[in-house]
Design a protein around this ligand. Structure first.
Ligand SMILES: *[C@@H]1O[C@H](CO)[C@@H](O)[C@H](O)[C@H]1NC(C)=O
Ligand SMILES: *[C@@H]1O[C@H](CO)[C@@H](O)[C@H](O)[C@H]1NC(C)=O
Length: 402
């Protein structure tokens, strides 16, 4: 009798336990699936990859563009700068409004800056967007496959711009890469807009390396440079330095806004990434960035990143905007062997504040410049440094103080 009752109550207990488990798992399942639906239908994440010319942003843009959950456009601000030669501060606000539209998959603002009856192939660098090479924009590349720019540019140049909207609306993450923002204040309304969930990834590169890279692409950069310096009449020999001075100033402005006493709506929405860190530890850094915006690194993407950052060959100078497979770490240090100390010194003087803030050490002479054993990258960026536990923080502080 007793044994039987034990069994019965044990059985009842087990049945209840099983029932509870089923209910719990169903709950999770439905929560997860409705969560997913939300992400796609309502809750989108809006990402601005904010960078400057010759700083690796084409590569970082591709890292997002190739992801199956991402709708990506490369530098839509090109259309505005191309049509309006105005001081860049003024253009900033027009750019900001265009970005609000684009993040909401509205393309009429962009259309206004394009030739009448434009096609997708009139959008700047459209074929670099995997989304525009995949359904519903184009049948060529399944969403989970990697897109090939050349094939796409031949086969996906659909007539009209209608494909943009339906494509954009079908993704959970909208990523826009831009090199034409020089401060954050104009973007404040976008952070406060309840229909947007904005995150900023700020990609910076050692300004000495940027100078070297700009010298190899002077013509490709000429038009934008005149806007960066607000059409001031600057002797050609000084132009690159004036542009880089503006860029360094913008690094300080942006980073100060986001890191020192950020307004509440900016907290947790800004991430600084240095090109040099990206190149030395691509998978680790990309994992961090993906986590920051709620994406997962797929195996296919991980393999692609490895291939692109560890390939052989020297970058072609002919096509200034091409991403080629080459050993990215070697490329990122190459400027030290090819820039004379005088130029390096001039940049260091112009960019002193920005370099200190971001963690690029200066060199004192030609010998230090050419000696690659001297590490110029301060190990911890200010972003990570703030969150270090006290002991490590002190150590990092010491290194940074040097
Ligand atoms: C868009 O494509 C159509 C059809 O090929 C062509 O007639 C038109 O000129 C294109 N528009 C522009 C702005 O190039
Ligand atoms: C698409 O590209 C092909 C080949 O380059 C060209 O012949 C065609 O006119 C283009 N169509 C549009 C709509 O731009």
């Amino acid at each position: 009798m007793f044994r039987c009752r034990m069994n019965v109550s044990t059985m009842i207990f087990l049945v209840i336990l099983q029932g509870a488990t089923v209910v719990l798992f169903c709950g999770w399942y439905f929560q997860l699936s409705s969560c997913n639906n939300n992400t796609i239908q309502n809750h989108k994440v809006h990402i601005l990859v904010l960078s400057s010319w010759r700083s690796g942003s084409s590569f970082l843009g591709q890292v997002f563009s190739q992801h199956p959950s991402v709708f990506y456009l490369m530098e839509p601000g090109w259309h505005i700068w191309g049509r309006l030669q105005k001081p860049k501060n003024m253009l900033q606000y027009i750019l900001r409004d265009l970005y609000r539209d684009l993040f909401q998959c509205e393309f009429s603002g962009l259309e206004a800056f394009m030739p009448p009856k434009s096609n997708i192939s009139n959008v700047f660098m459209w074929s670099h967007s995997r989304a525009l090479c995949s359904p519903p924009a184009c049948p060529l590349t399944p969403r989970t496959e990697l897109s090939e720019e050349r094939k796409c540019s031949e086969r996906c140049n659909a007539t009209g711009l209608k494909g943009l909207k339906s494509s954009c609306e079908s993704y959970s993450h909208i990523v826009l890469k831009e090199v034409r923002f020089f401060e954050l204040d104009s973007l404040y309304p976008l952070f406060k807009d309840p229909s947007l969930d904005l995150r900023i990834i700020h990609l910076v590169r050692d300004p000495r390396a940027v100078l070297k890279s700009r010298e190899q692409a002077v013509n490709a950069l000429a038009y934008d440079s005149t806007i960066v310096v607000d059409q001031r009449n600057i002797p050609p020999a000084d132009l690159q330095y004036e542009v880089i001075k503006e860029i360094c100033r913008s690094h300080v402005l942006i980073n100060e806004r986001a890191m020192l006493k950020p307004p509440l709506f900016l907290k947790g929405r800004y991430k600084l990434v240095r090109y040099e860190d990206l190149v030395r530890n691509p998978i680790g850094e990309i994992n961090d960035l993906y986590q920051f915006v709620g994406l997962e690194l797929t195996r296919k993407l991980g393999e692609w990143v490895y291939r692109v950052t560890h390939g052989k060959g020297v970058g072609s100078k002919a096509d200034a905007f091409k991403i080629t497979s080459r050993d990215a770490t070697d490329v990122s240090e190459a400027w030290r062997n090819s820039l004379p100390f005088a130029k390096v010194k001039r940049i260091q003087d112009l960019c002193y504040g920005a370099m200190k803030m971001i963690g690029y050490r200066t060199v004192n002479n030609e010998k230090e410049l050419k000696n690659l054993d001297i590490e110029l990258l301060v190990p911890q960026g200010p972003y990570k440094f703030i969150w270090l536990p006290p002991k490590m923080g002190q150590a990092a502080n010491k290194t940074r103080g040097k």
